[in-house]
Design a binder for this molecule. Sequence first.
Ligand SMILES: NC(=O)c1ccc[n+]([C@@H]2O[C@H](COP(=O)([O-])OP(=O)(O)OC[C@H]3O[C@@H](n4cnc5c(N)ncnc54)[C@H](O)[C@@H]3O)[C@@H](O)[C@H]2O)c1
Length: 302
Amino acid sequence: MPGRADLVESRMRENRTYGLGREGSGRPLPYLHPTLAPYFSAGCSADQEARWFVARHEVYIIMKIVVFTGAGISRESGLRTFRDGDGLWEEYRIEDVCTTDAWNRRPNVVLDFYNARRRDVRAAQPNAAHMAIASLEGPGRIVRVITQNIDDLHERAGSSDVLHLHGLITKMHGSGDDELVDCPGDIQIGDVDRLSRQYRPHVVFFGEAVPNMAIALQTAWEADIMLVVGSTLAVYPAASVVEETHAERLWIVDPEFPDNLSIKRRWARRQVEYIGKPATQGTPQAVQEILGVAGCASRAAH
Ligand SMILES: NC(=O)c1ccc[n+]([C@@H]2O[C@H](COP(=O)([O-])OP(=O)(O)OC[C@H]3O[C@@H](n4cnc5c(N)ncnc54)[C@H](O)[C@@H]3O)[C@@H](O)[C@H]2O)c1
């Protein structure tokens, strides 16, 4: 069993969780890495040894929190998921609306499908789950939301760092072009970019590469805490963000526990908190618990 100081020092050497403060910089010492929490007593009084170590080395602690969301988080905002009983795949076939083949053969059908999704998104409002996630941001915490969703509800709730794995329905680009432009209304056949290429929604079709995957994996790898809300974790490569994370504590909010054996195996030795509730109830609870870990350290460090 390593001593407390050894543990803090080894985490520092990894150089992924902590920053170094300078004497007199006035930097607060607010947050404690969750792996160190057991070394502080339950009543949140500071453990002398760890506190002295932190003070001696002028360390301030930053917690990296990654939130991974799927269609379930937006369901209570009125946006249907794909796979649930009343999901969109009950009404549409993936191969008709969400593949490059469909786009090449019948672009009008694909445009109709996504024009309807965009109208739904514009009519929807962020819910209590999106709001709670935005409230995670604060001093001593770096928060990145990695979402599979193509809606903009995280941004509208106030999250400042949102990485969309599968695109953003309020943007469009000319086929084969990376330059994104705002998409004010429906896209029609004949709407073209400056090179006369048909505009398509900024959505990653099944079978296409996921351009933000590398940065998502890097972020997940560096995470201290991960919160997963409303995803079956069945869509790859996106689900590998959760599979590959090095976060030592995970929270999952979903009425159904994601039935992904590979991920369960990987998580076997992690501390996983499962909250089997709808997103609007479960996410504020998870956020409170996550902030509780941080808040305990904050009080301990002062
Ligand atoms: N809002 C959107 O942008 C949107 C909507 C539909 C589908 N999609 C796309 O669908 C793909 C499918 O992946 P997915 O795994 O995210 O969705 P999914 O449809 O496969 O799974 C939805 C998950 O949400 C859970 N869920 C249902 N109601 C919930 C609630 N009220 N609160 C919390 N969880 C709830 C379900 O149990 C399930 O695990 C994604 O790649 C995404 O691009 C996006």
